[in-house]
Design a protein around this ligand. Structure first.
Ligand code: UDP
Length: 317
């Protein structure tokens, strides 16, 4: 069984990744500064002898005992409101922290996996829809999202350079919109906003006209794809996401239906000028190379997420 060092393990995705790795009988050391991650996401692992949490920044020198087989760099703020709230943390997570964890992996003879993002495709025009891994992107280098998008693009570059120049084994997953339990209720993303608004009887806020599209993947499906990639021989980036695409307005209507809420839909100005108008992964490569595809339907996944957020809201009342 392997020892995996996982940055960002207290976050939404990271904590589900921990659960999967431990279920596969691995040993997990999480590195997390709890900037956007939350200890509550790991509370259920207290007393697990194969699990350790080191509370520190992924940019800081790291000391870990014993052999390390895999390094997974998931640490980064990832919700659009965080791009404005903590822009330097986004930049540092993609740049200095990626360098630091690559050096750590190289020194320890470990394979390195980078959590990249569909944001590296930016705002793709119609001829690059859905997005394949070959699409190079349409990203503003100076927009409000650029602190995340460009940092992740840089992270991919530096990862590929360690692979080419240092012979480090690396994997890159491009993660599309993901949702599920353990998202922060106040993270400002569309799924959490709409569900919390519906449960509280508040208006659902459509940014712009709500005509923009996204494709949402349930978290356990995503974690399965990342785990398969980690163990695979694929050295180049792989999209992991659910290709089922719909508009933000349709998402709002679906959430009202599933929560039984009666809130109205209101339109408000787009907070970021560089908000992508459409996004959908082409997952041919993941299907072919990893034998992976998502299994959880949007209704089922939203159901679990609604139950979780309902509990969270009740706890804070
Ligand atoms: N959005 C919205 N209302 C909200 C929050 C977000 O209409 O209350 C829109 C947002 O403008 C974007 C989409 O929903 O077009 C997805 O936003 P999210 O922040 O979840 O992730 P993104 O895909 O933009 O990174």
């Amino acid at each position: 069984m392997a020892h995996i060092v996982l940055t960002g393990g207290a976050g939404f995705l990271g904590s589900h990744m921990c659960d999967r790795l431990l279920a596969e009988n691995h040993t997990v050391t999480v590195v997390d500064n709890l900037s956007t991650g939350r200890p509550v996401n790991l509370e259920h692992l207290a007393g697990e002898s194969r699990f350790t949490l080191i509370q520190q920044d992924a940019c800081a020198p790291l000391e870990v005992d014993g052999p390390v087989d895999y390094v997974m760099h998931l640490a980064s703020p990832a919700s659009p409101p965080d791009f404005a709230r903590i822009p330097f943390e986004c930049l540092r997570a993609g740049s200095f922290a990626t360098h630091n964890m690559l050096e750590f992996a190289l020194n320890r003879g470990a394979r390195f996996l980078l959590a990249s993002t569909s944001e590296i495709y930016g705002d793709p025009p119609a001829e690059f829809h859905p997005q394949t891994e070959a699409y190079a992107g349409n990203v503003s280098p100076i927009g409000r999202r650029s602190v995340y998008d460009e940092a992740k693009r840089y992270a991919e570059t530096v990862t590929m350079t360690y692979q080419r120049e240092c012979g480090l084994e690396t994997r890159i997953v491009r993660i599309f919109n993901t949702y599920g339990p353990r998202m922060r209720p106040d993270d400002g993303r569309v799924v959490t906003n709409f569900i919390c608004q519906a449960l509280r009887g508040e208006p659902l806020t459509l940014y712009g006209e709500g005509k923009q599209t996204r494709s949402f993947c349930y978290v356990t499906d995503l974690v399965d794809g990342i785990y398969r990639l980690l163990l695979s021989d694929e050295p180049e980036p792989v999209n992991i996401g659910n290709p089922f695409e719909f508009t933000v307005r349709t998402l709002a209507e679906k959430i009202l239906e599933l929560t039984g809420g009666a809130s109205e839909l209101v339109t408000v100005p787009l907070p970021f000028e560089d908000d992508p108008k459409q996004r959908k992964p082409d997952i041919s490569k993941a299907r072919h190379v990893l034998g992976w595809e998502p299994k959880v339907s949007i209704d089922e996944g939203l159901g679990y997420t609604i139950d979780y957020l309902r509990d969270q809201i009740l706890q804070t009342q």
